[in-house]
Design a protein around this ligand. Structure first.
Ligand code: SF4
Length: 136
């Protein structure tokens, strides 16, 4: 067993962006505490930031995309998944118009990802139908 390393990061659970310090031992997170130097939370965290990290090492965590085929979700490649998404979004847009498509962005991702998401919807799809729980 090696020594625990302390790794500073930002919590991705919500848009608050609390600073966290991870204790990492043998490439696994063993403990999380708030970063006292982080201006947002000054060492505090909520229950999610402090304790909800076991999913990182969960055995049943998804590691590849799934496509429903004949009623069953089947593992596929990222290339096939992106092709599937592009083909089906294009077909919906061609048949029903851009306003038939909407997107719900995620508060658990970065501001940059949310920026790209709304750009994609407005410029590629041509729809303002975008929303997200991060505006609340
Ligand atoms: S610790 Fe809690 S409040 Fe802070 S960013 Fe994570 S989920 Fe949000």
């Amino acid at each position: 067993m090696g020594e625990a390393n302390l790794v500073k990061t930002i919590c991705g659970y919500c848009g608050t962006g609390c600073g966290l310090v991870l204790e990492v031992k043998d490439n696994k997170i063993t403990k999380i505490r708030g970063d006292k130097e982080a201006p947002v939370n000054k060492g505090q965290t909520c229950v999610k930031g402090a304790f909800a990290y076991e999913y990182v090492h969960a055995k049943n965590r998804l590691t590849s995309p799934l496509i429903r085929k004949a009623g069953k979700l089947v593992e596929t490649t990222w290339e096939e998944a992106y092709q599937y998404i592009a083909t089906n979004l294009s077909a919906i847009k061609d048949q029903w118009g851009p306003k038939a498509i909407t997107m719900f962005a995620c508060a658990r991702t970065t501001n940059e990802s949310n920026f790209v998401t709304q750009k994609f919807m407005r410029t590629v799809i041509g729809s303002n139908n975008i929303d997200g729980c991060n505006r609340t």
